[in-house]
Design a protein around this ligand. Sequence first.
Ligand SMILES: [Zn+2]
Length: 479
Amino acid sequence: MLIRGADVGGRIRDVRCADGRVREVAPDLSPRADESLLDAGGGALLPGLHDHHIHLHALAAALSSIRCGPPEVEDLEGLRRALAVEPDERGWLRGTGYFESVAGPLDRNLLDELRHDLPVRIQHRSGAMWFLNSRALAALGIADTAAEDVARPDEEVAAIERDPKGRATGRLFRADAWLRDRLPTSAAPDLAAVGRRLAAYGVTAITDATPTNGSDEAGRFRAAQASGALPQRLAMMGRLAATGPVDPGDPMLRVGAHKIMLDEPALPDLEQLVDTIRAAHARKRPVAIHTVTRAEIHFALAALTAARVLPGDRIEHASVAPPEAVEIISRLDLAIVTQPNFLAERGDAYRANVDERDLPHLYRVKSWLEAGVRLGGGTDAPFGHPDPWRAMHAAVERRTATGDRLGREECVSPETALALFLPAFSRRPQPNDETAPAIEIGDPADLCLLAVPWSRARLDLSSDHVSATLRDGSLIFSA
Ligand SMILES: [Zn+2]
């Protein structure tokens, strides 16, 4: 492949790719007989993007689910309309993205009122909770008293909420894997739709941060990559054991960190967390600890300090990071993966619900880099929007949907925002000099071509500008 006339680091260059690598970058390369040509027309040629925190199977499911939260659904009537549709091939209605601003806390009674004729399950926006109506509870074998349940999840991994009389309320916590095992089987989630969509954003690599990933998921990812349905490279986080037949030399699928969820109302014993981290390290696996609240980040840091840090250890989200946590993270040399898109998507709710003391510490970007912390960006799709360009835009603007600015001191340049979604984590803010990252000879030919030069794209960070995406020098998307 010969890419002609691209904006490469501010200069117009031709770029030759062969055998999956960038082989030549020069002002005027002559095409070879066997080469395909791509005319860049002066558009910026960037390294392919890496979404450092995403959930592929959940995203595939969400793309074929009913949206039940803002901005599509704002109130009870909106929810009623959204649910007035035909069921899926299993005879169920599956909704995602519910948030309490729509109709307060959901439970089976409210859901029965909206739809009682077929099983309904709706996921909370956080991903931590499912709401089921009575038909759905019955279909899953959850009885009105715990003693009569046909099937009950292991309380370590999932919980069924019951009222004081023992009747199931319709709320299930952390029950994804359990639900998947009980629901009538259907076709495997369509990773092709996800792969196509991410390729159209310029994404050539992803880190799947799903804690329950194991050998089944590894097999499904490999099959999707082999068929071309999932054209991106993948690092798969997940459980400590049972990642299945993953070849350590495979450039397309590698095993990522062992993912650990923390949940403030139910934090584990500190010693237990230290042991879990040590067990992962003993297998040469770094850990990725999910923290959202102030208590969670301090708890994670106490455990990591005791267990000692392995290169590659990271904190996911660090949604609230008080100054002392930034200092400890810098000292321990931990990496952070942040989601600036949540400021745009959820910022108004944060403003209303987050402790005022914590507002300036939300989804930091600049402070991490100024403290020399390795930083990457992830959309957390489907819990955030999967378009990394929206996240970059949010990192620059930090504006909520109603236009308020959250944490002005944390705003960064477009160049720094782009760097969050490149394969290597950054360690410092990029100079605000309108220069896109250079493409070097020998780099993997994983590339994202824009229709406009970087000097224009940086003023309007949007996936609309992506005109072609290449992985290993082959087109995986072309506008
Ligand atoms: Zn996540």
